[in-house]
Ligand binder design. Structure first.
Ligand SMILES: Nc1ncnc2c1ncn2[C@@H]1O[C@H](COP(=O)(O)OP(=O)(O)O)[C@@H](O)[C@H]1O
Ligand SMILES: [Mg+2]
Length: 243
């Protein structure tokens, strides 16, 4: 689902954010991406979203070589990816429902389906009663759950989080990880960047560690994949199977 082949990313002559990174995340996997601040985690995620291109090497996501992808195909490509950021990025002047409806408009989903999808996504994060609240009327944990609902709203093939629990206390972080795990069980391939070692220790997921732009450790992986519950029969898996 996500393949990096000898990927190097330089921002200028002096700094190399990623150096010869090769890894594969298969469909249905759940992995943490970890490493100290500045290790290259956000850069790696931006390459997956094709917010930038590698300096060297190839990135293949959902069967598409991103180096070769045309700009006009980007919106269709990004429809398949749900993204959660540390700072939520909710639109403050819009209600929870309007935030979700807005993203569905961006994703070109017909307005008829907005209510149904918004309810379903909010139910998944237990916030259906906050439909008409504004972001600033919610706690930090609730805002983050709305951000996750927004990322999950179109059943993404891939769910990516960049320090999604960075602003939350440990109890809430565990709750967030549970929501990501639920999405994983429904069929999403999940990659979560975090420097929270405690969070990683408390789960038995695959861990990819970056150290100054290089992969320094890979725990889990192949053997782990076989133990993963293989989701099947979910709507989007059958849809993706035909691609
Ligand atoms: N747009 C940019 N321009 C120049 N340097 C950058 C840019 N983005 C990231 N970097 C550098 O690349 C390295 C990796 O950054 P980043 O991917 O944000 O790490 P992390 O998310 O693990 O903290 C850092 O040294 C950072 O300063
Ligand atoms: Mg980062």
């Amino acid at each position: 689902m996500i393949h990096f082949y000898h990927v190097t990313k330089k921002f200028d002559r002096y700094s190399t954010a990623l150096h010869d990174v090769t890894f594969h995340l298969e469909k249905g996997e759940f992995a943490f991406l970890t490493g100290a601040s500045g290790a290259g985690k956000s850069t790696l995620l931006k390459l997956i979203l094709r917010e930038m291109l590698p300096t060297e090497g190839q990135v293949v996501v959902n069967g598409r070589n991103l180096n070769a992808m045309k700009k006009r195909h980007l919106p269709f490509f990004r429809r398949e990816i749900g993204m959660v950021f540390q700072d939520f990025k909710l639109i403050e002047r819009m209600t929870v429902f309007e935030n979700l409806s807005f993203i569905l408009t961006v994703l070109n989903v017909s307005p008829k389906e907005h209510k149904k999808k918004a309810y379903a996504a909010l139910r998944a994060v237990n916030l259906q009663h906050k439909l008409n609240a504004y972001p600033l009327q919610l706690s930090g944990g609730e805002q983050q759950r709305v951000a996750i609902a927004r990322a999950l709203i179109n059943d993404p093939l891939i769910l990516i989080g960049d320090e999604p629990t960075g602003n939350l206390d440990p109890d809430l972080s565990a709750e967030m990880i549970q929501i990501f795990s639920d999405a994983h069980l429904r069929g999403s391939t999940v990659l979560l960047a975090t420097h929270d070692r405690e969070l990683i220790r408390s789960s038995d997921r695959r861990v990819i560690t970056l150290d100054k732009g290089r992969i320094s450790r890979m725990e889990g992986g192949e053997t782990h994949i076989e133990n993963e519950p293989r989701p099947s029969g979910t709507p989007f898996l059958s849809a993706s199977g035909s691609k």
